[in-house]
Write a new protein. Structure first.
Ligand code: FAD
Ligand code: SF4
Length: 457
């Protein structure tokens, strides 16, 4: 029997979105923020049990700011958030919100819309006016961070507050890392990224744009010039399938390159029929972007089953799948491409096998095995491979790279965020397995503390 008073708390105040038929025509943001009445009603559902907090990599005091918003105290809320998270509007908009899967209401009813509550608080706050800053005196110490993604921005924020000057070297002309180069504008606008970056810069953090470490300046020079180095270079090297024919046309591209080119303003002609290979969130973004570039038919081909796709079962993955399907993207499961058919330099389509799934002895993900006695063909004007990415180490001299201990493809760090090289710290996608913004923020916070200790501050 329901506890009196809790029955109304089981359902969340609906989060509105633009009509899929309309939104797929442009790059304007498609989610509609809560009104003050909606956000207060939603925040008031929270029981302040705190179950969600350990699920947040940055351990943000979720019940604290949600309660503040329920009481109409937005300014108190933004200050609670900023203790642990200097990118609240970005995370309020696109965080993978694992906290919501841990919410006490998740299994019985609907999780509190934590992300949207945070978004309201951040969107309606003027940080320069509302966030109480206690900046310590200049220590004379200088730290350099490679890459202007969330990990380096977080390092910059916490070190600047502690009187340490931070220079960020960024290869591209815009800030945000994958938040700006990967996540499409219909999910996260550049204005929104700039709002948070500008606030961090207002504390004295400097971003040096168009400066590629390894080309514009050497890594060893940075080690000499600064008291500590932070590697926040992310994962920007495509992992490709190596399918025959891929190198015979420029109509086969990797999703990371495709999304970056679109983000930097290039108008790519994808033709009418687009195939996206993959099943994770990058495949969703690439397919929805192809629709917005004018493709008439966009299909996602994935080697496993629907239920085996990356992060399946999390509310984030389910939401992204539903939103993509609602815009008209078609999904084809259990497929292995074996040839991209190119004639006279022109892409014609893709040959593929269907897979059967073989359960693994002792558990683990079922393995896709191609059934090779029957071949299939599908026409395509463009094929986009959303098959993962890894760190590009071209900025590191060979002898330094050899000293850097790795954990599979990721850089290994200790509890303070320091790598196997003295004074060189790392975080974000280059280090963690979860590869999302809030994990990069958590890594940045950890490394900032580690650097302060290392510098004796
Ligand atoms: C398509 C896509 C969609 C995503 N969607 C989400 C989402 O909805 N929610 C979420 O939480 N996460 C999402 N992510 C993941 C998220 O963007 C990353 O986990 C996060 O940005 C990683 O942060 P980072 O600071 O480690 O590195 P990045 O954000 O990758 O930033 C690294 C920066 O370093 C720069 N750089 C690299 N090498 C050099 C060099 N030699 N010199 C100078 N600069 C250099 C790069 O240009 C880049 O700007 C998405 C990722 C992709 C690819
Ligand atoms: S788990 Fe849900 S109800 Fe409990 S504090 Fe977090 S948001 Fe509130």
């Amino acid at each position: 029997m329901a506890v009196p008073g809790t029955i109304n708390k089981l359902k969340r105040v609906p989060v509105k979105q633009r009509d899929p038929k309309e939104r797929k025509k442009d790059f304007e943001m498609y989610t509609i923020p809560y009104t003050i009445e909606e956000v207060m009603a939603e925040a008031d559902r929270c029981l302040a049990c705190g179950l969600c907090v350990p699920a947040c990599p940055a351990r943000v005091n979720i019940p604290g700011y949600v309660r503040a918003m329920a009481d109409g105290e937005r300014e108190k809320g933004i200050n609670i958030i900023f203790r642990d998270l200097p990118l609240p509007q970005i995370c309020g908009t696109v965080c993978t919100h694992r906290c919501e899967d841990a919410c006490v209401f998740h299994n019985r009813g609907e999780a509190v819309a934590i992300r949207h509550v945070k978004r309201y608080i951040a969107e309606n706050s003027d940080y320069t006016r509302d966030v109480k800053i206690n900046k310590k005196a200049d220590t004379g110490k200088r730290v350099v961070a490679i890459g202007a993604g969330p990990a380096s921005l977080t390092i910059g924020y916490y070190l600047a507050l502690n009187g340490v000057h931070v220079d960020i070297y960024e290869k591209h002309k815009i800030p945000g890392g994958m938040m700006a180069l990967g996540i499409p504008r219909y999910r996260l606008s550049m204005d929104l990224i700039n709002k948070e970056v500008d606030f961090i810069k207002s504390l004295g953090v400097e971003i040096k744009y168009g400066m590629e470490v390894g080309k514009s300046i050497g890594f060893e020079e940075l080690m000499k010039k600064y008291d500590a180095v932070f590697i926040g270079a992310g994962n920007h090297k495509p992992r490709t399938t190596g399918t025959t024919g891929a190198d015979r046309t420029d109509r086969v591209m990797h999703a990371i390159d495709f999304l970056r080119r679109v983000a930097l303003g290039e108008k790519i002609d994808v033709g009418e029929k687009v195939i996206v290979i993959g099943g994770g969130f990058t495949a969703m973004d690439a397919s929805r972007t192809a629709l917005r570039l004018g493709a008439k038919k966009v299909s996602v081909y994935y080697r496993r089953r629907f239920e085996d796709r990356p992060s399946a079962g999390t509310s984030n993955a389910e939401e992204e799948y539903e939103e993509t399907a609602a815009e008209g993207v078609e999904f084809v499961w259990t497929v292995t491409p074996f040839e991209y058919v190119v004639e006279n330099g022109r892409l014609k389509g893709m040959k593929y096998w269907k897979n059967r799934m073989v359960e693994q002895e002792g558990g683990g993900r079922a393995k896709p095995v191609p059934i090779k006695d029957k071949e299939y063909f599908v026409e395509a004007d463009t094929i986009i491979e959303a098959t993962g990415q890894k760190i590009d180490f071209s900025f590191l001299p060979e002898e330094i790279k050899n000293k850097l201990e790795m954990d599979w493809n990721d850089i290994k760090v200790d509890a303070k965020g320091m790598t196997s090289i003295e004074g060189v710290f790392a975080g974000g996608d280059a280090v963690n397995r979860t590869k999302d913004i809030i994990s990069a923020v958590a890594d940045g916070k950890k490394a900032a503390k580690g650097i302060l200790k290392y510098l004796g501050i």
